[in-house]
Design a protein around this ligand. Structure first.
Ligand code: NAP
Ligand code: F7E
Length: 353
C-alpha cells in the first residue's frame, strides 16, 4: 500500500516531535520544517533521524520559515503531502507582548501563506490541512466551560494572531472548499515542553530545589487556572481530526481546570513536601510546612516561592476549562493521561536528565 505523506511545520517543537513519532508509527513518510538557527534546535526529533543514505528513510527535515512564502511553496510542491499539520508558531503568550508584530507575522500570516501555496499549486483537492488553533482564543471567557460554540475574546497578541489564523482557515474552507480543520487545543504539556512554560518551569525548579541546586522559585500569577493534558494524547486527536470526512473545528481538552498554585503544590507533594503561603499580591511567599522525606534537606518555614512582576501578562486569561464532548463522541478521542500521571512523568524525566 502506498504510504501517506505528511508535512509538519513546527516539527522541532513539543507537539511536532510527538506527532512525527505518531505518524511514523502509522506508516507515514514525514517531512518536517525546521528553521535556521545558529545553535542546534532539533533535539526533540534527533532520535527520528536515520542515516542519510538509508533507502527506507521515513523522516526528512527541510529548512524554511513561516515568513518565507516561496520557501513554503517549494516545500509543498517538492514533498507532495496529502496532509499538512501547521504547528509552527511563536507560541509563548507572555513573549507575544514583547514581539507582537513578529508573532502576528508567523502565527497569523503563516497559515495564510500555506493556504495560498496550496491554492496556487492547484493542490486543493489533494491536501488536507490541520491548523493548531488554541483555547487562548476564549481569553476573557464568555462561559465557565468552553466548547466549539463559545464566543472568543482574545487577550494577547498571540491569541489575536491565532484568531486570524482560525478564521482565515474557515474562510478558505468556505470560499475554496479547502479541507482545513482547526484543533482548538487546551494547554498540553510533557517532558518536552519548552522550559519557560509554567508546568515545565515548576517541575524543573522543584527538582532543583529538592536537590539543593536552587533555593527560591520565582513565579507570576498563581491563581490562573488552566485545563492541562498531555501532548501525546493531543497529537492523536490532531490525526483523528484531519482524517474525519469533513473539515471542522474541534475542542480538545481534559475537562478539568487546575490553578497554577495547585499544580505547584501537587509537584512538591510528589516529594513529600507541603507548603503554606503568607502575604498577598507581589509580596506573597510560599514556605515549607512539612518535609516528610528526610532525603531532602529542606528546613521547615524556609521560603521557597516568591512572586516576580516580570512573569505577569498585561492582560491575563484567568480561567480555561474545555468541553471536548464533540471530539469524544464523534472521533472517539479519549486521553490516557490524568494530571497526576502527567506530573509524575515530567518529574521522572527531570530527575533522570
Ligand atoms: P512549541 O514547542 O513552541 O513549538 C513551536 C514550533 O514552531 C517549533 O518547532 C519552532 O521552531 C517553530 N517555529 C517558531 N517560529 C517559527 C518560524 N518563524 N518559522 C518556522 N517555524 C517556527 O509549541 P507547541 O507547544 O509544540 O505547540 C504547537 C502549536 O500548537 C503551536 O502553534 C502553538 O501555538 C499551538 N498550541 C499549543 C498548545 C499547548 O498547550 N502546547 C495549546 C494550543 C495551541 P524552534 O524549535 O526552532 O523554536
Ligand atoms: O502559562 C501563569 C501564566 O506560559 C500558564 C501556550 O502553549 O497554552 C500555553 O499558553 C499560566 C498563565 O501557558 C508563571 O500567567 C504564573 O496564566 O504555561 P503558560 P499559556 O499562557 O496558558 C496555550 C493554550 C497556548 O496556545 C500557548 O501556545 O501560568 N504563570 N507564573 C506563569 N507562566 C509562565 N510562563 N511563567 C511563570 O513564571
Amino acid at each position: 500500500m502506498k504510504k501517506k505523506i505528511a508535512l509538519i511545520t513546527g516539527v522541532t517543537g513539543q507537539d511536532g516531535s510527538y506527532l512525527a513519532e505518531y505518524l511514523i508509527s502509522k506508516n507515514y513518510i514525514v517531512h518536517g520544517i525546521k528553521r535556521k538557527s545558529s545553535s542546534f534546535n532539533t533535539s526533540r526529533v534527533d532520535h527520528l533521524f536515520q542515516e542519510v543514505h538509508e533507502k527506507k528513510k521515513k523522516f526528512f527535515l527541510h529548512y524554511c520559515d513561516m515568513t518565507d512564502s516561496l520557501g513554503l511553496v517549494n516545500i509543498i510542491k517538492n514533498t507532495n503531502p496529502s496532509e499538512i499539520y501547521n504547528l509552527a508558531a511563536q507560541s509563548h503568550v507572555r513573549v507575544s507582548f514583547d514581539i507582537a508584530e513578529y508573532t502576528t507575522n508567523v502565527n497569523a500570516l503563516g497559515l495564510l501563506r500555506i493556504l495560498e501555496a496550496v491554492k496556487s499549486l492547484g493542490m486543493i483537492d489533494k491536501i488536507r490541512i490541520y491548523h493548531a488553533s488554541t483555547s487562548e482564543l476564549y481569553g476573557k471567557v464568555k462561559k465557565p466551560i468552553q466548547d466549539e460554540k463559545t464566543d472568543f475574546y482574545p487577550r494577547s497578541p498571540y491569541a489575536v494572531s491565532k484568531l486570524f489564523a482560525h478564521w482565515i482557515g474557515i474562510n478558505y474552507r468556505e470560499a475554496y472548499k479547502m479541507h482545513v480543520c482547526n484543533g482548538i487545543l487546551f494547554n498540553h504539556e510533557s517532558p518536552r515542553r519548552g522550559d519557560t512554560f509554567v508546568t515545565k518551569k515548576i517541575v524543573s525548579s522543584v527538582v532543583k530545589v529538592v536537590k539543593g541546586e536552587q533555593s527560591i522559585i520565582y513565579l507570576g500569577n498563581l491563581n490562573a487556572k488552566r485545563d492541562w493534558g498531555h501532548a501525546k494524547d493531543y497529537v492523536k486527536a490532531m490525526h483523528s481530526i484531519i482524517q474525519y470526512k469533513k473539515p471542522d473545528d474541534w475542542v480538545i481538552s481534559s475537562g478539568k481546570t487546575t490553578s497554577v498554585r495547585s499544580f505547584l503544590l501537587k509537584t512538591f507533594s510528589f516529594f513529600g513536601i507541603s507548603l503554606y503561603f503568607k502575604g498577598s499580591g507581589l509580596n506573597e511567599k510560599g514556605y515549607v510546612k512539612i518535609c516528610k522525606n528526610k532525603k531532602y534537606d529542606l528546613k521547615k518555614h524556609s521560603c521557597v516561592i516568591r512572586i516576580d512582576q516580570r512573569y505577569f501578562r498585561p492582560t491575563e486569561v484567568d480561567l480555561l476549562k474545555g468541553d471536548s464532548s464533540k471530539a469524544r463522541k464523534i472521533l472517539k478521542w479519549r486521553p490516557d493521561y490524568s494530571l497526576d500521571k502527567l506530573i509524575k512523568e515530567m518529574i521522572e524525566h527531570e530527575l533522570a536528565s
